[in-house]
Design a protein around this ligand. Structure first.
Ligand SMILES: CC(C)(COP(=O)(O)OP(=O)(O)OC[C@H]1O[C@@H](n2cnc3c(N)ncnc32)[C@H](O)[C@@H]1OP(=O)(O)O)[C@@H](O)C(=O)NCCC(=O)NCCS
Length: 185
């Protein structure tokens, strides 16, 4: 049985583990790990913990997460100030990757100020957890009067794209090798 609950500080290491475990097998050097954790995990748990939810097992251990930034402008300012220097330190490639990732959000910030990342450990996938996490986030955002979401997904990620489409997202734009997918609710 899987459960959804708000993020707790005790989840931080589990979230970092999930972030690395669910990444492409080619992203395994120390530099690549730093990029993944900085860009796709630490900002959210450290700066917007109230917008993060955990998928947990019966021992209350996190086996998946959904992470969200509710406002692009605030995300951009904080990320540039606190996290971009870390990416720069870990190499120019990471720095440019970070900039490109921000650009993919900034182009659509007016219509879609909130964005998300979702990952579940392989052995807990296809059990309804992704759907439950998405619904928890959607309810949470609605209470804050936020009614749309954006995400970027590798166009070759069949599993991810199928999941988002099933949930009601549609492809809004193509951005290099990614689909920018959006949902209004
Ligand atoms: C994508 C992901 C979050 C989906 O979460 P999940 O808990 O596995 O999804 P659910 O069980 O809620 O599935 C809901 C629907 O999504 C679609 N779906 C989920 N996994 C799928 C798969 N492997 N292949 C095809 N469709 C899939 C199905 O339509 C499914 O409904 P169904 O089971 O009734 O057919 C999860 O598989 C995951 O973490 N994948 C690896 C990391 C990743 O790709 N993250 C997104 C990066 S942008």
């Amino acid at each position: 049985m899987l459960y959804v609950r708000p993020y707790d500080e005790k989840d931080k290491n589990d979230f970092r583990h999930i972030c690395l475990e669910t990444a492409s097998p080619t992203s395994k050097t120390e530099k690549q790990k730093k990029l993944l954790l900085t860009l796709y995990c630490d900002y959210y748990t450290e700066q917007e913990p109230q917008n993060c939810f955990a998928l947990t097992d019966e021992n209350d251990s996190a086996v998946g997460y959904i992470l969200c930034s509710e406002n692009y402008e605030r995300y951009k300012d904080t990320f540039n100030k606190l996290y971009m220097p870390k990416l720069k330190k870990s190499g120019l490639l990471n720095f440019f990757h970070g900039k490109l990732d921000m650009l993919s959000h900034s182009m659509y910030k007016k219509e879609f100020p909130a964005h998300l990342h979702i990952d579940i450990l392989p052995e807990y996938q296809r059990m309804g957890g992704g759907t439950a996490l998405m619904t928890a986030l959607k309810h949470h955002l609605k209470e804050k009067n936020i009614h749309s979401l954006l995400l970027a997904v590798d166009a070759k990620n069949i599993k991810g794209v199928s999941f988002y489409k099933k949930y009601g997202f549609s492809v809004y734009k193509n951005f290099i090798f990614n689909y920018i997918m959006t949902l209004n609710f």
